[in-house]
Design a binder for this molecule. Structure first.
Ligand code: HAM
Length: 422
């Protein structure tokens, strides 16, 4: 049997790549407007990097593609972009850059050993941004607004922004104590993961899918009850910025996110399009003020998000949006007879060098089949070159849209073709 693609991965076929390119280019264009600069980090990193960024998450505990290389090093295919960007920020001393905050974006494959289903893959492409070095709530609003603009610029309308604050360290410690007190007496009723999380990171219990319906989940004390003045003010300011920018949101006190490093702002953008699959989260992000220090750098605040292109495309499909991506062929060169073969190849090369997209037949087909091929490729013009034409230094060019035909000279082909208009 022929070898098949690994589970949870997909081929992006030539007919689909245009959509991907368009989305990725649009996202990059928006990043340039917002002054975020691209960073490219390796696909694999030292496994330790991901452990340092969150020991108790499902991603780190169960979903990493970790392996030893031939030099006995522990390496992991990156499951997300943030830890690597922070590592690079510290390693390259970007905190010393005179331009602060450092605003970065990335786009590339991530790997998680998850149970594949619609919208959930084992290899997927994340487009993300990270702003490092500013504690200004305006940066939180900027990052959220950038994410929204990526979706809106592609025509998506059925979007819901959900936001929460996880408070600062002091608030989180107080909340943590309260959660332990709340769950501890009945923790044996919860799954093994939750039991494990109780002392390490009880906030993650709230994100458990298995025990979602346990009565203690609903009565768990919400974080905002433990906010100190600073955390409360910070969240209010983020919301005030969003209001001023006209970005609608819903505050959801149960939103905790699946990663350990967040504090203050946490947000997700969901699709509420009818017919969208069970996994409705398109994008997630938040503030991570302690992570740079955790990775050995100076105390530096951070804020970012990541979205997967796969889920974005699923949202476009759900809203019935098709992006115009068809690559046009400006001219298809039809060669008739052996003598026309070399001159046809030369014309083709001239067209391409002049900036036109052009193609010809390579299967020795008859004129009719060549014209059919040109039609299938939606060629705008067809240049027909036969033995008689060559003798007369002529080439017949047919406009495939209106059927008009003209004769151009072979020796002056490009400048005459140029006059026909692209
Ligand atoms: P995350 O919530 O784990 O956050 O992932 C962000 C986004 O990646 C999700 O909202 C979803 O669109 C996509 N995604 C995650 N897993 C899969 C999957 N298995 N298949 C398809 N798409 C998936 C992060 O990764 C953080 N690094 C985001 C961040 C950046 N926070 C601050 N800065």
């Amino acid at each position: 049997m022929a070898i098949q693609i690994p589970r949870g991965t997909q081929d992006i076929l030539p007919s689909q790549v245009g959509t991907w390119e368009l989305i990725e280019n649009k996202a990059k264009e928006i990043c340039h407007k917002y002054q975020y600069k691209e960073i490219r980090t390796p696909i694999f990193e030292h496994t330790e990097l991901f452990h340092k960024s969150g020991e108790t998450t499902d991603i780190v505990q169960k979903e990493m593609y970790s392996f030893k290389d031939r030099g006995d090093r522990d390496l992991t295919l990156r499951p997300e972009g943030t830890p690597a960007v922070v590592r690079s920020y510290v390693e390259n001393k970007m905190y010393g850059d005179p331009n602060q905050p450092v605003k970065l974006f990335y786009n590339g494959p991530m790997f998680r050993y998850e149970r594949p289903q619609a919208g959930r893959y084992r290899q997927f492409v994340q487009f993300g941004v990270e702003a490092l070095g500013s504690q200004d709530p305006a940066i939180d609003a900027e990052v959220i607004s950038l994410a929204m603009e990526v979706y809106q610029s592609l025509g998506l309308k059925h979007l819901k922004l959900v936001i929460n604050s996880l408070g600062d360290k002091e608030s989180r410690i107080a909340h943590r104590e309260a959660l332990i007190k709340h769950f501890k007496p009945r923790i044996h009723e919860f799954c093994a993961d939750c039991q494990n999380r109780l002392e390490k990171n009880p906030l993650r219990i709230l994100d458990c899918k298995k025990d979602r319906d346990h009565e203690l989940m609903k009565s768990a004390p919400p974080i905002f009850e433990f906010f100190n003045e600073e955390s409360k003010q910070y969240f209010d300011q983020v919301l005030a910025y969003l209001d001023a920018l006209g970005i609608a949101y819903e505050v959801d006190p149960t939103l905790v996110r699946g990663l350990d490093y967040y504090n203050h702002t946490a947000f997700e953008i969901m699709s509420n399009a009818e017919g969208f699959g069970a996994i409705t989260t398109l994008c997630g992000g938040g503030r991570y003020n302690g992570l740079v220090q955790e990775m050995g750098g100076p105390e530096t605040p951070g804020m970012g998000f990541a979205l997967s292109i796969e889920r974005l495309i699923a949202a476009l499909d759900a809203e019935g949006i098709t992006l115009q991506t068809e690559a046009k062929v400006d001219c298809y060169v039809v060669a008739l007879g052996d003598e026309a073969k070399i001159p046809a190849m030369v014309l083709l090369q001239q067209l391409r060098k002049a900036g036109y997209s052009a193609d010809k037949d390579y299967l020795d087909r008859k004129m009719k089949a060549q014209l059919k091929a040109a039609d299938r490729m939606k060629a705008k013009f067809v240049a027909i070159l036969g033995e008689d034409e060559i003798k007369m230094n002529k080439v017949v060019v047919k406009n495939m849209e209106n059927g008009e035909q003209v004769e151009l000279s072979i020796s002056n082909f490009i400048s005459e073709f140029e006059r026909l208009g692209r």
